[in-house]
Write a protein that binds this ligand. Structure first.
Ligand code: GLO
Ligand code: NI
Ligand code: NI
Ligand code: NI
Length: 404
């Protein structure tokens, strides 16, 4: 397809965990050591921080970064002040992008941290909150365009519910669709051509998040006539929270033409929440790259490390080790996946399992030449009590090991 290995490794550093993460958890405050940062939420510090952030990304050699509006720029006392602050920090980001050549993979809005969003943003029961979220999204779309963002992400944040007894689900979903249509229209109006991405997650912070998984998002997008405008930003830890594997999510998106980008991390089955750990498992990265290669790459998407170092080991240097480990794991996974595809062993298994569809009745069914009556006739003529099973399950994991 004319793509090089590097085209599949468009690594991206996240502003929120890497430069704003504090190491806090529900049981304790931050433990992060950040000698370069005065720790305040002042505009000056936000501007100064952009230099350190880009030096980090530059040293790492990652081509991209991603942010929420509120990671890069603090909120002011009013919407108009907030917008002015954002403009100021965005100018600094633009300078840094030009200085380093690091590009913006995507921008997004934080529509979940401020207490005003406690009941959701686009799905809030309060119309003013919806309006505020709309205004915030308008501004963030403008800045993302200004910074040359190649995508724009919508992760639901608090778009979901805690209790159906006080929730009008239909109304909230209608509102969410309205919100997305407004964003699509405004992007068109200002000429933002980046890809819109939805990042599904089944729970956390709400009990039930509306953007549950790829299949659920696809149904939502089709229901509300939005499916031409959105692809998926898939995150490993969100897939496992939905009791899927990441590969399941990638396949479901890929076969439906909505595979957009990935938030690369890994979860912890014992902890059971979105722990955002750096991926180090070659089996995982190889499986991820297998699906990505199968569907021709991520296009405008990238491998975005939505991951953080643990609070127990928070030394600045750990930020480098963690990213280097993740990048190595993906490079190795890509090599493994490319070797598997070149050899075609698994493809042979798949072809053998479905061989009965290549000719005879299978091919006729696929060509639309049958109905229930004709198939009954076919079976009666064959005189079989039950068809013979075909398709052996091989020791696929063992075969996979050969490539490690
Ligand atoms: C939370 C998500 C979050 C998103 C980001 C983009 O679980 O992974 O980090 O990736 O907010 O909106
Ligand atoms: Ni994410
Ligand atoms: Ni997440
Ligand atoms: Ni995350």
């Amino acid at each position: 397809e004319g793509k090089t290995m590097r085209d599949h490794l468009r690594f991206s550093v996240v502003y929120w965990h890497t430069f704003r993460g504090t190491g806090s958890d529900p049981f304790g405050p931050g433990t992060a050591i950040r000698p370069w940062d005065d720790g305040t939420d002042s505009v000056e510090n936000a501007v100064k921080r952009t230099r350190v952030a880009f030096e980090f990304i530059e040293k790492l050699g990652a081509p991209y970064y991603a942010f929420h509006d509120r990671d890069v720029a603090p909120e002011g006392a009013s919407l108009s002040e907030t917008n002015k602050i954002f403009d100021k920090v965005a100018a600094a980001l633009k300078d840094e992008q030009e200085r380093t050549g690091v590009k913006l993979l995507w921008g997004t809005c934080n529509l979940f941290s401020n207490p005003r969003f406690m009941h959701g943003a686009a799905t809030s029961c309060n119309a003013d909150v919806f309006a505020f979220a709309a205004a915030q999204t308008k501004k963030c779309l403008e800045i993302t365009k200004e910074l040359g963002g190649e995508n724009y992400v919508f992760w639901g944040g608090r778009e979901g519910y805690q209790n159906l007894l006080n929730t009008n689900m239909k109304r909230e979903l209608d509102h969410l669709a309205k919100f997305f249509h407004m964003a699509v229209d405004y992007a068109k109006e200002i000429g933002f051509t980046g890809q819109f991405l939805i990042e599904p997650k089944p729970k956390e912070p709400t009990k039930h998040q509306y953007d549950f998984d790829t299949a659920n998002c696809l149904a939502f997008l089709k229901t509300y006539d939005l499916d031409k405008h959105f692809k998926m930003n898939l995150e490993t830890n969100h897939a496992t929270l939905a009791s899927h594997t990441m590969q399941h999510e990638l396949e479901y998106a890929g076969m439906n033409g909505i595979l957009g980008s990935i938030d690369a991390n890994t979860g912890d089955l014992l902890l059971g929440w979105d722990t955002d750990q750096f991926p180090t498992n070659y089996y995982l990265t190889a499986e991820v790259m297998l699906s990505i290669l199968k569907y021709g790459g991520l296009g405008s998407g990238g491998v975005n490390f939505d991951a953080k170092v643990r609070r127990e080991s928070f030394e600045p240097i750990d930020l480098f080790y963690a990213h280097v480990g993740g990048m190595d794991a993906f490079a190795k996974g890509l090599k493994i996946a490319a070797a598997i595809r070149a050899e075609g062993e698994f493809d042979k298994f798949v072809a053998a399992r479905y061989s009965s569809w290549e000719s005879g009745v299978g091919a006729e069914i696929e060509a639309g030449k049958h109905d229930l009556k004709s198939l009954e006739k076919y079976m009666l003529a064959k005189g079989e009590a039950a068809p013979n099973q075909s398709g052996r399950q091989e020791m696929l994991e063992n075969l996979f090991n050969r490539y490690m």
